[in-house]
Design a protein around this ligand. Structure first.
Ligand SMILES: *Cc1c(COP(=O)(O)O)cnc(C)c1O
Length: 639
């Protein structure tokens, strides 16, 4: 959208439209009359909304610095209810005879607090857990109390994993081993015999259906996990032979995460339901059809089948699944199974917001080009100057090409000593003046040249921000995932600057120059000018899924501070839990430094400096205390 068209008084409605908050906010996020972003887990109850700026004040009073990850436990609660209620409504409406049992896949956000809350809030729906490793099973068993909920074990299983799962069955848990590769069955049968506990067995299949999205390899024929149909039949035969076919109770597939197109979801459900029906005909008791994850989040709010979006609602997702399963079962006269899904992203994405402050801005400065050139100006610089004079809307592509050509020529001349530094500097001013004018003219064209697609980036302001992309939103870097980003205050003011965001790592990959847009992807984000002595806060939204645990220690920026917020129905809020982020000593320990040894070694260096007369003993004390402060400090920019 062109902000020039929106002249006149800037309003919160204009900010809502500009940042798309109503499209991606799922009614959890909105803008207040004061121009601040509000969070409200109780969709219908407007008086429960809390301003993020008030939370920031609370966080600062507790002495916690930015960046901070806010977790809203009520949002997790709301999403669990929403998913379960949507399935239950579909079941009632369609008169489906089975039930819905969701499980939360731990890998999507493995923080203890998240799993604890899922088991707590999920209990009223018997919402269970999905684990993909021994460590996750150990974690799940420490928190799970509900024997009605499912505990699904995917992943490669060794003897310890299997023994623990079998004991879980013995203790009354609905624990299933899903066979992902053919070899796993033998070990399961062997341990089952040794411990005299009958396992609940499931099989994971590869579907021929393929889906679009980032993770298209997870589901289809080429997926590395799952059994093809002849392997499924071999498992059935082995179980029959051992007289254990009564253990085969579940069929599973996972199409991949963030499936944007409902048609892909539907065709996978139909195919798997057919396999399920056949397994019942083979004599397996079955009972559970586990459709994996894939329920997508509309990150850009466009409601399309674009990778960062989805072309369906949660209600449609549930209706389509129940209807598809039912249609297959009814044609074969097979009892309706319990439908299991493993939605992770959809449950936790809304739950966390990353907040940070802007440290500094590098503005694009416009240069005044002199009306006349000096006598001694070299020919190539004159040519560039002429390009600037000749630029009009009609010839922008040509002028762009010429400008690049002369710029390169001038750089070459500089390398060979044929022009001096001042001349080169002058030529760069002319060059950037041309680029700036082209970027502005471009908007007047109906079909701007493809080459000029992201020319705005070149002249955007750079907002340097206090966070690490690699640590806090790794998918932004790794798979170009888009997250909604916007200021959390000043939303009654016109955002006059066009910016890209650079993180604190000073790594050229540590930047964000793609932002959500309803119709496209935008290259710059409209932001406000910084004010003196006032922090400017930005929020990255919908970062609850997959971001927290993928983060690495790029440049040794560690975990951020985390604050858990509980919003009460009356609009008050409690900061229920705060977790201090990593100190410098912490992150150094992760890469096997020993802070004690480091301190000793640095003290020796300081002693040596005293002996050489470079510093006094008193100065040594100050130097050591500043080293200690550094070790104890937060890894991010502290104010
Ligand atoms: C990752 C994963 C999920 C979660 O998928 P979402 O799209 O986040 O819901 C579910 N099941 C399995 C087997 C997975 O590997």
């Amino acid at each position: 959208m062109n902000r020039i068209e929106l002249l006149g008084r800037w309003t919160k409605e204009k900010s809502e439209e500009l940042y798309g908050i109503k499209n991606w906010g799922a009614d959890y996020f909105s803008i207040s009359d004061k121009g601040e972003v509000l969070v409200n887990p109780y969709k219908g109850n407007a008086s429960a909304a809390v301003s993020i700026m008030d939370i920031i004040s609370g966080v600062r009073e507790r002495g916690l610095d930015m960046p901070v990850l806010l977790r809203f436990e009520n949002l997790l609660d709301s999403q669990i209810s929403y998913l379960n209620n949507s399935f239950n409504e579909a079941i009632t409406k369609l008169n489906y005879k089975g039930q819905y049992r969701g499980v939360y896949p731990i890998k999507v956000n493995q923080q203890q607090q998240v799993i604890e809350e899922v088991t707590k809030f999920g209990q009223r729906y018997h919402h269970g857990l999905e684990v993909g490793s021994k460590a996750e099973l150990v974690a799940a068993l420490s928190l799970m109390k509900d024997k009605e909920a499912c505990l699904i074990c995917n992943g490669y299983k060794d003897e310890e994993f299997i023994d623990l799962g079998l004991y879980a069955v013995k203790m009354g848990f609905k624990c299933f081993f899903v066979i992902e590769i053919p070899g796993e069955l033998d070990l399961i049968l062997e341990r089952s015999e040794a411990l005299d506990i009958k396992p609940n067995i499931g099989v994971r299949i590869k579907l021929s259906a393929k889906a679009g999205g980032h993770w298209t390899e997870s589901g289809g024929d080429r997926s590395i996990f799952g059994l093809n149909m002849s392997q499924v039949i071999e498992i059935v035969d082995t179980l029959k032979e051992k007289k254990m076919l009564d253990c085969l109770k579940l069929l599973h597939y996972h199409l991949g995460s963030q499936i944007p197109n409902i048609r892909d979801i539907r065709s996978a459900v139909l195919e798997s339901a057919r396999v399920y029906a056949e397994l019942v005909k083979e004599g397996a008791p079955m009972g559970y059809l586990d459709l994996g994850g894939g329920l997508a989040i509309d990150y850009d709010g466009s409601n399309t089948n674009y990778t960062n979006s989805r072309n369906y609602s949660v209600e449609e997702y549930c209706m389509d699944i129940v209807e598809a399963v039912m249609s297959i079962m009814d044609t074969s006269d097979i009892p309706h199974p319990i439908i299991v899904t493993e939605s992770g992203r959809a449950l936790v994405a809304y739950y966390s917001i990353l907040l940070f402050n802007v440290l500094d801005v590098a503005k694009f400065e416009e240069y005044k080009i002199p009306a006349e050139l000096r006598e001694d100006t070299p020919e190539q610089i004159r040519n560039l100057y002429d390009v600037n004079q000749a630029l009009t809307l009609k010839n922008i592509q040509e002028c762009y090409n010429d400008a690049l050509y002369y710029r390169d020529e001038i750089r070459d001349m500089f390398k060979h000593g044929r022009i001096n530094l001042r001349q080169r500097s002058f030529s760069e001013k002319i060059f950037w003046n041309i680029i700036n004018r082209i970027a502005k003219e471009k908007h007047k064209l109906k079909f701007p040249p493809v080459e000029l697609e992201d020319i705005e980036c070149a002249i955007a302001d750079i907002y340097y921000c206090n966070f690490s992309l690699f640590q806090s939103i790794p998918d932004s870097w790794a798979i170009d995932q888009l997250f909604p980003i916007m200021p959390v205050h000043r939303l009654l003011e016109l955002p006059k600057r066009d910016a890209i965001i650079a993180d604190i790592t000073c790594d050229c990959d540590g930047k964000i120059d793609h932002f959500i847009d309803l119709h496209d992807v935008r290259n710059t984000l409209p932001l406000h000018e910084l004010k003196n002595n006032e922090n400017y806060y930005l929020g990255v939204f919908l970062v609850g899924a997959y971001q927290e645990t993928l983060g690495d220690l790029h440049n040794l920026f560690g975990d951020t501070n985390v604050v858990s917020v509980k919003i009460n129905p009356d609009g008050n809020f409690d900061l229920v839990k705060e977790i201090h982020g990593d100190s410098v000593a912490d992150v150094l320990t992760y890469v096997e430094f020993d802070p004690k040894d480091m301190r000793t070694s640095f003290r020796e260096t300081a002693e040596e400096a005293i002996r050489q007369g470079l510093i006094s003993a008193r100065e040594r004390r100050d130097i050591m205390s500043s080293y200690d402060n550094g070790l104890r400090g937060y890894t991010y920019y502290e104010s």
